[in-house]
Ligand binder design. Structure first.
Ligand code: ATP
Ligand code: MG
Length: 788
């Protein structure tokens, strides 16, 4: 590299600081004088400076075709200055200036000498302090090795060349940092100082130096490059290890702008591509006759064509338009229109390679010259096949929807007609209603009912009297009052429930209740219906009479039914129970008739007594029937008289004991201490029957218990056997007349006994119960009040 070639660009400056201030003076002339006198080429204002203090002479160095400035004390006439010169602290009379030299004119005026190709650098260097300049200079052979001259050149080069070279790092606008292997900064060029003001203080903690020593320790190459981001800035840092001096030198370039530019470029490229892809994919140029001049790559690729294939061909004759004669003639017309200056745009299906079809939004744009003639047509086509698909989907969805809407409209129309006829119907009904309001009013007035209006919470709001009747209560006794104030709770509650139900279900509710007033009991029937919002109308009718009549009828009916049952049971019983004795009587009578004359008296008497027994039995039956009939019709007499119940029971037990040999009646009868009033006749019916049943229904014999105990106001009698028992389901029926249990077998009976017992106990105001278990036995318990 020839350094001398760059010398003309190098300029020389003197930065002088005196009473006038600090200024930079370029050294242009070959000789210039410096001093206090205004005639000097460089005037220095200071009392310690002589009138003609010094001279600066340009000295040319022929070997390197360069020059330097020599400073000489005194004037042209050789007269020395008063206070002399000091260069870099050394008194001297002459000195060849080196870059960075500090010159003192007298005691106060300081000047510094610079050589550079850029005046800004002078200012920059003036403004920053570079302490380490000397340190840097010692490593002179290394910075930017490519620019380092071969040692041979270096040896021959003069001082100025070395100075110039040395000034490089100082003038370099990019930061240069030098550190030792421990990371301690040994040199910063002015640019580094300006760029990283904190670096001196932070040392290896500064991001630009972070990790540098470690990386150098690892790297085999001993130099590397990296990008460092500090705040919003991005730096490219190249790091070199200088083995000779054990120093690390790093060069830094601020690449923030470049990076940003790159990013912006990429971004705009992407945007451009996006826009391009979105917009016209298919384009080209035609002349006004429709002859193709240009087609873009997309168009050509789609058609599988080269520009050469189609250039100078009418567009309609190209493959793209070969789809149909119709598309071709349409394009021809479009070209004519566009040639007339019109912007034409329409959709067309074009044909591509392998018979691909694309729908494009095609346009022809005329380009005019200065005199408004159409000279070119730009054609553009955007592929809208996808849109077409979406559009046809939409179309289909739309038509489906339309169909549904139509269907719905028809339905609506139908239901409207229905509604209309309903309205007509209702109007007719309303008219009918109107006309019948008067009739209704008359009807209501004629109704034998009270009408009450109740609020939802059961308050009497209003009422209408039934004609010709009076309410059992004066109106002030109930109007404005609650149901609970007027009726007892037992009536008010169901009444209230009816009101609630009516409002809830909007259905008519019916309710009957009893009401007692002035010592009379009334029965009312209330019908509930909703009369207004939150209001119920109750139509109340006095049904006391009807109820009474109903009850009478019901009773009569029950009686009749019972009698009917009785009658049928009586017929069934008599047909069976009377037949046996009648048969006996008949046969005995016949025998007597035919053989009486032959028989002796004993035999005759035997048959006669058989007839008498049968008649007695039948009489007994008839008596029972009559007795029951009396009891049923309420004609059975009850005549209680003071009596000895214990004695009576003892006698009865004895009477019945005679009728059986297989049974033993065991009496446990309590002594009677107080007076007892009872009907002996009825008592006989009761206990004869119970005891005879006990005997009859324990055919195997055994003990029969007959107990009597007295309590404070009643006598409790028990008859217990150990016989057949009664099936559980039949126990409740045994007191009904003509009713017999199913387990009686051929034990005879009419089923009247217990019916008579029951009536007799009832007449005493007592009560009869039974407990029985089949095959184990039966206990009848009779409780009779002592006084009646
Ligand atoms: P009657 O007493 O009129 O001669 P009966 O004895 O059959 O005929 P009730 O005395 O009324 O009629 O008894 C009704 C029925 O009750 C009897 O037919 C029998 O089935 C049943 N019954 C009554 N007492 C007993 C008993 N001690 N053990 C078992 N069954 C009995
Ligand atoms: Mg009986």
């Amino acid at each position: 590299m020839d350094f001398s070639t760059s010398s003309p660009k190098i300029q020389h400056f003197l930065v002088i600081e005196d009473e006038l201030g600090k200024r930079t003076v370029p050294l242009i002339d070959s000789t210039c004088s410096l001093g206090r006198d205004p005639s000097n080429s460089i005037v220095i204002k200071s009392p310690s400076v002589s009138r003609q203090h010094a001279l600066l002479m340009r000295v040319t160095k022929p070997d390197i075709d360069s020059h330097l400035f020599r400073l000489i004390d005194g004037n042209l006439q050789g007269k020395r200055s008063m206070n002399g010169l000091t260069v870099n602290g050394q008194k001297c009379t002459t000195h060849d200036l080196n870059h960075g030299d500090e010159v003192m004119f007298g005691q106060e005026v300081r000047a510094r000498y610079y050589m550079t190709n850029n005046i800004a650098d002078v200012h920059f260097l003036e403004s920053c302090e570079s302490d380490e300049v000397t340190g840097f200079l010692s490593n002179l052979h290394n910075p930017m090795q490519s620019q380092t001259p071969p040692s041979e050149v270096l040896a021959h080069s003069n001082e100025a060349a070395i100075v110039r070279l040395a000034s490089f790092p100082e003038l370099f606008t990019n930061p240069i940092i030098e550190s030792n292997l421990n990371g301690k900064i040994t040199y910063l060029n002015p640019a580094a100082v300006a760029q990283f003001p904190q670096l001196r203080e932070m040392q290896t903690d500064h991001p630009i130096m972070a990790g540098v020593t470690t990386l150098i320790g690892q790297e085999d190459e001993k130099n590397f490059a990296r990008e460092v981001e500090i705040g919003s800035q991005i730096f490219e840092q190249s790091v070199h290890y200088i083995a000779e001096s054990d120093l690390i030198r790093t060069y830094i370039v601020d690449i923030t702008k470049r990076k940003r530019m790159e990013a912006a470029l990429k971004d705009s490229e992407r945007r451009f591509k996006a826009i391009f892809n979105q917009t016209f994919q298919f384009s080209g140029l035609l002349n006004p006759d429709g002859i193709l001049l240009e087609a873009n790559q997309t168009a050509l690729e789609f058609g599988g064509l080269h520009l050469d294939d189609v250039i100078n061909t009418p567009l309609w004759e190209t493959r793209w338009w070969s789809k149909s004669a119709e598309t071709q003639s349409r394009l021809k017309n479009a070209v004519i229109e566009a040639a007339w200056g019109k912007f034409v745009r329409y959709e067309v299906d074009i044909l591509g390679a392998e018979d691909k079809v694309a729908t494009i939004d095609f346009s022809l744009k005329p380009v005019h010259d200065e005199v408004d003639n159409v000279v070119l047509l730009i054609f553009e086509g955007r592929d809208i096949s996808d849109h077409k698909q979406v559009e046809s989907d939409l179309q289909r969805a739309h038509s489906e929807l339309e169909q549904r809407v139509q269907q719905r409209t028809v339905e609506l129309k139908q239901s409207n007609e229905h509604l209309r006829s309903e309205i007509v119907e209702r109007q007719r009904a309303e008219a009918a209603l109107q006309s019948s309001v008067a009739t209704n009013r008359a009807l209501i007035n004629a109704m034998p009912d009270w009408m009450f209006r109740f609020s939802a919470d059961g308050i009497f709001v209003n009422y209408k009297d039934a004609p010709n009747t009076k309410l059992p209560l004066p109106s002030e006794a109930f109007l404005g009052k609650s149901l609970y104030d007027v009726f007892p709770k037992a009536t008010a509650q169901p009444f209230m429930e009816c009101i609630e139900k009516t409002l809830d279900r909007h259905e008519m509710q019916l309710f009957e209740y009893q009401f007692d007033a002035e010592g009379n009991s009334f029965v009312f029937e209330a019908r509930f219906a909703v009369s207004a919002e939150n209001e119920v109308m109750a139509v109340i009718r006095d049904i006391t009479e009807r109820k009474r009549a109903e009850d009478d009828i019901r009773n009569a009916l029950n009686k009749e039914r019972e009698l009917n049952e009785l009658k049928s049971r009586f017929v069934a019983m008599t047909s069976h129970e009377f037949r046996t004795p009648l048969a006996t009587i008949l046969s005995s009578a016949e025998l007597l008739e035919h053989y009486g004359h032959k028989w002796d008296e004993t035999r005759k008497l035997k048959h006669l007594s058989q007839i008498q027994q049968s008649v007695d039995h039948m009489t007994g039956l008839l008596n029972d029937v009559l007795l029951l009939g009396k009891a049923e019709s309420g004609n059975l007499a009850f005549n209680p008289v003071p009596m000895q119940l214990t004695e009576f029971c003892t006698g009865l037990a004895e009477e019945l004991q005679i009728t059986t040999q297989t049974h033993e009646i065991v009496c446990r009868l309590q002594e009677q201490l107080t007076e007892v009033q009872m009907d002996e006749k009825l008592l006989r019916h009761i206990f004869t029957n119970l005891l005879s049943n006990a005997i009859k229904y324990s055919p195997q014999g055994g003990i029969i218990n007959f107990d009597l105990v007295f309590e404070s106001d009643e006598a409790i009698l028990k008859v217990q056997d150990h016989g057949l028992g009664i099936p559980p389901s039949e126990c409740s029926h045994v007191f009904n007349s003509f009713n017999r249990a199913t387990n009686v077998g051929n034990i005879s009976g009419t089923g009247l006994g217990l019916a008579i017992v029951k009536r007799s106990v009832d007449l005493h105001g007592g009560e009869i119960t039974l407990t029985s278990q089949e095959t184990v036995g039966t206990i009848f318990t009779v409780r009779l009040p002592i006084y009646k």
